[in-house]
Design a protein. Structure first.
Length: 402
């Protein structure tokens, strides 16, 4: 089986996912095209060597529908010969897109593939594509459907994370993201979004609140308590986990991931394809796996999939130098730290989605790029990237710097 190498990774800044966000005027296609165009301009490859473009998009409807990957490849000037495919595994879609690209290369069927993702959450609303789980009792009842925020509160309750624990983690995320931007740690990968006149619309992550502290977070009310009480989801949670006496609602907008717009693209290829393009590999994709986890708890998938991935790769947790665990909610990362007894200094060292936001279909590719940059900056060797996923799943990937 051939090795799959990462030759480059780019992302847009993350714009606040509201009508007053800087990227609201930019279409889903415009965001995806920004990432693909930057990847081509930076590396100067012959697009005839690109065998496929795989892009994650969680709500592929309206302007984001109709195979956004193919449209972005065309709009980016890659030529009629470059195909594209849109995939959706909810929050892990962007990482799975990179993994799908790597699998095509490892199998020997393709030489160079782009994996990435896009989500314009200010324009295509969260949940716009619908789904069976929330509305069809055939699956909603036996799988204990509840909104993700309530599942995050369930994790906090079951594993003993208090409101202060979650808020303290959120403050850390904000401080780390601000420090990373201050140190220009993202300068290598973030490409500005420009308008038709070439003027910069946004060149930094817009969602961050560096002045966040425990006092400001303490003023926020729990986001999911009223919904859980009025719609009966507290009862659903206790049915799924009868060992819990009552749900402790600890999550709010300040310790949960931000809704944002953004896109990312990662160039993956074989050694031969890289040589043909005159490119030097930055990392090797060593292993990746997916797993299903309990739907009610939903967001513990990163723990389960990490165990599976390390077993498949014949590695131990101590073999990993840095971790990127998507900050969907504070309790997700706190549970990960607890499960593996990890030092917080190895996990999300440049902040995460609580500070910078979570553009669903793009996030996995974004945090892989952040991990790659951090390996090079710190001189370390291996990184593990993982995300929790709606419906109870997990995706994880190990990369090695070369």
């Amino acid at each position: 089986m051939a090795d799959a190498f990462i030759y480059d990774a780019v992302r847009t800044p993350r714009g606040r996912g509201k009508a007053d966000g800087a990227l609201h005027e930019v279409s889903t296609l415009g965001l995806a095209t920004t990432a693909l165009s930057a990847l081509k301009a930076r590396n100067g490859f012959d697009t005839h060597l690109i065998d496929d473009v795989v892009m994650g998009c969680v709500d592929p409807v309206g302007e984001a529908g109709g195979d956004i990957a193919r449209m972005a490849a065309l709009a980016s000037g890659y030529g009629d010969h470059v195909p594209g495919i849109q995939i959706n595994r909810f929050c892990a879609s962007g990482l799975d897109a990179v993994n799908f690209a790597a699998a095509q290369v490892m199998s020997g069927q393709h030489g160079m593939v782009i994996g990435g993702g896009v989500e314009a959450m200010s324009r295509v609303g969260l949940g716009a594509s619908g789904g069976a789980w929330p509305v069809d009792p055939m699956i909603a009842i036996p799988a204990y459907f509840m909104p993700q925020g309530i599942s995050a509160d369930l994790i906090a309750t079951k594993y003993g994370f208090t409101r202060d624990d979650c808020d303290a983690y959120a403050v850390t995320s904000q401080k780390r993201a601000a420090a990373a931007w201050g140190d220009k740690r993202f300068a290598k990968s973030v490409v500005p979004v420009r308008d038709v006149n070439g003027l910069t619309i946004l060149d930094h992550d817009e969602h961050m609140r560096p002045t966040t502290d425990m006092q400001s977070l303490a003023a926020l009310k729990p986001s999911f308590q009223m919904m859980a009480e009025q719609a009966g989801f507290n009862a659903v949670a206790l049915q799924a986990h009868p060992e819990i006496e009552a749900l402790n609602h600890v999550h709010h907008a300040g310790n949960s991931s931000g809704i944002v717009d953004g896109a990312a693209a990662v160039l993956v290829g074989s050694a031969e394809a890289g040589k043909a393009s005159g490119l030097k590999p930055r990392a090797r994709i060593r292993a990746f796996v997916n797993i299903g986890s309990e739907p009610a708890m939903m967001l513990t998938g990163p723990v389960d999939v990490t165990k599976k991935l390390l077993s498949r790769a014949k590695m131990s947790i101590s073999d990993i130098d840095i971790f990127e665990v998507n900050e969907a909610f504070a309790s997700v990362v706190l549970r990960y730290l607890q499960a593996f007894d990890l030092s917080p200094d190895k996990v999300n060292v440049n902040g995460g989605a609580i500070a910078m936001g979570h553009p669903l279909g793009a996030t996995g590719a974004m945090i892989l790029g952040i991990a790659l940059d951090e390996l090079e900056r710190s001189g370390k060797s291996t990184a593990l990237i993982t995300l929790c996923i709606g419906g109870g799943m997990g995706t994880a990937t190990i990369i090695e710097r070369v």
